[in-house]
Design a binder for this molecule. Structure first.
Ligand code: KMT
Length: 198
């Protein structure tokens, strides 16, 4: 996607012209994982409430949960009518940050954009939609925004006790994210080796 100076409306695609395609392999090299799930057959609560992963009736979701150890889940609906402080939340989600854990999102309905930085510090925009289950690796610079429909219903999963607090990249007097342990972990995983400009 275009760099920030050229973004007038964060909720639009903001594609580069000409577009730069990103392959599935590129995404895997960045440490992202992806599954297409059946979000039609199985229903989930709409409210932002904890949701017991043991309640999964979708056998594929149950298998993923068990294989990957996702012991916690909640369901969030990001929409002006369902999330108090909607605009502030979207502003915060769109502030570039890292987490010290993997980010796991299953899109139950609606859509939105996750942006991740590649090792050359370029944004890659991912339009997630109903049925997409995606994980972002610990330490990757990223952000989220609703798209123009302003509605996404998602399950957030976690291994252990969840921590949703973002570690912002900029204007952060306490932490230098570039040298944060989670960034170092990502570096060691080969993140910077696989993406050198030719
Ligand atoms: C978060 O950290 O809660 C988010 O990533 C918000 C988007 S969930 C689709």
């Amino acid at each position: 996607m275009v760099e920030d100076e050229k973004v007038d409306n964060q909720k639009c695609e903001n594609r580069l012209e000409p577009n730069l395609k990103v392959t599935v392999q590129d995404m895997k090299d960045l440490g992202l994982n992806y599954w297409k799930m059946d979000a039609e057959t199985y229903k989930y609560p709409i409210k932002a409430i904890p949701w017991d992963p043991k309640d999964a009736v979708d056998p594929r979701l149950a298998a993923l949960r068990d294989d990957l150890g996702y012991s916690y889940a909640d369901v969030i609906t990001i929409h002006p009518d369902h999330l108090p402080g909607f605009a502030t939340h979207v502003k915060n989600f769109f502030t570039e940050h890292i987490h010290d854990a993997e980010e796991i999102r299953y899109i139950l309905d609606g859509s939105g954009f996750f942006d991740v930085r590649d090792p050359l510090n370029r944004w890659i925009r991912i339009h997630v939609k109903k049925g997409d289950l995606m994980t972002l690796p610990e330490g990757i610079y990223h952000r989220f925004t609703c798209d123009e429909i302003d509605y996404i219903h998602a399950m957030r999963m976690f291994i252990g006790v969840p921590c949703w607090t973002p570690i912002n990249r900029f204007d952060n007097p306490d932490i230098d994210t570039d040298t944060h342990a989670s960034r170092k972990k990502l570096t060691k995983s080969g993140f910077f080796e696989t993406h050198r400009e030719c």
